[in-house]
Design a protein around this ligand. Structure first.
Ligand SMILES: *Cc1c(COP(=O)(O)O)cnc(C)c1O
Length: 398
């Protein structure tokens, strides 16, 4: 069976150019970057080059990039690291109600350690309001962590406004910092740390066609973090442990590709997404498109199918060779309705006439990538109406 992969927000295949770049570092160029001899220096040079490539994609300086094992570790280092280094200034954190579990669960854990956290609402369009951020501020607030774009519905948050607010406060002498999880946004839309005005920004390689197990935390010059991985002197004392050289090289190459191809790629992804959404709107009754219609990533479509379980539809499509998801890979397998969809404040009778419960249970995420073809969308459009109809008939009889 020729399978169709529409779960690129969970992870992407590795691009051939990326494999080619990393291969020498899995074979002959195996040195440890901390070694003084030739082999070590060869590896050090490769890590430095990758650091420049990652920095260039987000308009940072190379020495502001801390390589980590991925987005999750970058979020842990950002939030825990900043709080532990700065809690003499306060113990209040502001975040959104729809963060990835790698931010949400870290915040919840900190609540057990005498920090307090405000979870900002997102309204029906899935977007945080700057007035709410301002209203949540207290004299104790040391950190605001709001994602650049959401991983389930793709909505883009007003991060530049938040960055401007935080910078304004800091100019008045306040001790407050801004972190953003940009894992889904990087490579899809322009992400510029100066334009956003953030102090910390998380990225992951495996969402942009590089391998799993590597990522980075952008750390603005002068921002103090308490390291979470304590060991050697790597990453300027900010993250101990021998660098994963092949992965870092791959990540650097993937960032370079993303910078070169972003505009064309975004237009292409948007065309696939719009084709799917238009067809679903025409052929399937009682559906709701989740999240803001315009202010979102080009590659994610999240749709609630009334009166069915998202999991059941996912399994049905999988049997027909089409891979989608019901939300984030991290919370699936639990059969809990998506907390992100639940956080969208749905009016009693929304467009599709769906209740909040029905809408969160019936949500499916389609996420597109550079290796998808138009035929993938055609196959999905062929399979979907019948699958939905069958499941609705079953649930009506059950
Ligand atoms: C995938 C993802 C992460 C986690 O990154 P890993 O590299 O898988 O640890 C964090 N945040 C968001 C928004 C993500 O989509």
């Amino acid at each position: 069976m020729q399978r169709v992969y529409l779960d690129n927000s969970a992870t992407t295949p590795v691009a051939p150019e990326v494999i080619e770049a990393m291969m020498p570092y899995l074979t002959g160029k195996f040195g440890n970057p901390s070694s003084i001899h030739f082999f070590g220096q060869e590896a050090r040079g490769a890590v430095d080059k990758a650091r420049h490539q990652v920095a260039a994609l987000i308009n940072a300086r190379p020495n502001e990039i801390v390589f980590t094992s991925g987005g999750t570790e970058a979020n842990n280092l950002a939030i825990r690291g900043l709080c532990e280094a700065n809690n003499k200034h306060g113990r209040h954190i502001i975040t959104s109600a729809i963060e990835h579990s790698a931010v949400k669960n870290v915040c919840e854990d900190l609540e057990k350690q005498d920090y307090w956290v405000t979870y900002l609402p997102v309204y029906e369009d899935g977007i945080v309001r700057i007035e709410d951020v301002e209203a949540a501020m207290t004299a104790e607030t040391i950190l605001i962590s709001v994602m650049t774009a959401n991983n389930e519905i793709g909505t883009i948050q007003p991060v530049s406004e938040i960055g401007r607010m935080v910078r304004g406060l800091r100019e008045k002498g306040r001790k407050i910092w801004f972190h953003t999880d940009a894992v889904q946004a990087v490579g899809k839309i322009p992400v510029d740390v100066e334009e956003i005005g953030c102090d910390l920004l998380s990225i992951s390689a495996h969402k942009i066609y590089a391998p799993k197990g590597v990522g980075a935390l952008y750390t603005r010059r002068g921002v103090r973090l308490h390291p979470q991985n304590i060991g050697g002197h790597q990453e300027r004392e900010r993250r101990g442990g021998t660098e994963s050289v092949p992965n870092i090289v791959a990540f650097g190459r993937a960032c370079e590709l993303a910078a070169e191809e972003m505009t064309i790629s975004a237009d292409y992804l948007r065309s696939l997404r719009d084709k799917l959404e238009n067809k679903i709107g025409e052929t399937i009754p009682d559906v709701t498109f989740n999240g803001h219609r315009e202010n979102r990533l080009p590659n994610i479509s999240n749709i609630s199918f009334s009166r069915i379980e998202g999991e059941a539809l996912l399994i049905n499509l999988d049997m027909q060779g089409i891979a989608v998801s019901t939300g984030s890979a991290c919370s699936s397998g639990t059969l809990e309705p998506s907390p992100v969809i639940r956080a969208l404040a749905v009016p009693p009778a929304s467009a599709g006439g769906q209740s909040e419960e029905d809408r969160s249970r019936g949500a499916i995420r389609f996420s597109f990538g550079r290796f998808n073809e138009k035929e993938d969308i055609d196959k999905t459009i062929d399979a979907l109406p019948k699958a939905v109809e069958n499941l609705r008939r079953l649930s009506a009889n059950g």
